[in-house]
Design a protein. Sequence first.
Length: 221
Amino acid sequence: MTQQAFLFDMDGVIIDSEPLHFAVDIETVRALGVEIDQHGLEPYVGMTNPEMWKRLRAQFGFEPSIAEIIELQMNRKLEALAASGLTAMDGIAELIDALLAAGVRIGVASSSPRVFIEAVLGQFGLLDKFGCIVSGEEVPMGKPAPDVYREAARQLGVSPDACVVLEDSRNGVRAAKAAGMRAIGLRNPNSGQQDLSEADWIVGSIADIPLAELGLGLAQP
């Protein structure tokens, strides 16, 4: 039997962190002398920091370099994460355990910087659960390009067409489909108005994932 894999986006999937990201990014833009609201940031959900700030810098003409802006932003985000008291999304721990028990390889493919990914997974005791962790900043192009998902499949030693992806953003679903993978679109109201129509399945919660339909040897609880 072909080895199967399940790949997780992180923000809005493993942790309900999009409100934290929106709040810190709004604060960071304000510190640069411009006002922006969540609606103005929603198109960038799922993108890497460098790509988002490249576009915002071009739009608003920020003087600091992209690297300087990201340093300011990430310092604030790590402080906010540590103080947030956020917990893992409902059902994530159970899904991870079920996948591992079924012999499915699992990985994280997130647009967040590796330092933030590892901080989140470490905070929830999940860091050692995953066979690979790939940041969108570690591949040539971030989501919606397929690079991060193709690299995760490569590291897990599986074919892209043997992978199922769990995503909460339009950019993430497009990345998964462009990589030749099947995608589950998770509707998370805190991730904004995301168009998940290209996903193979769309669910409102982790518990709604149709496990028996995924072809991973899992059964509905």
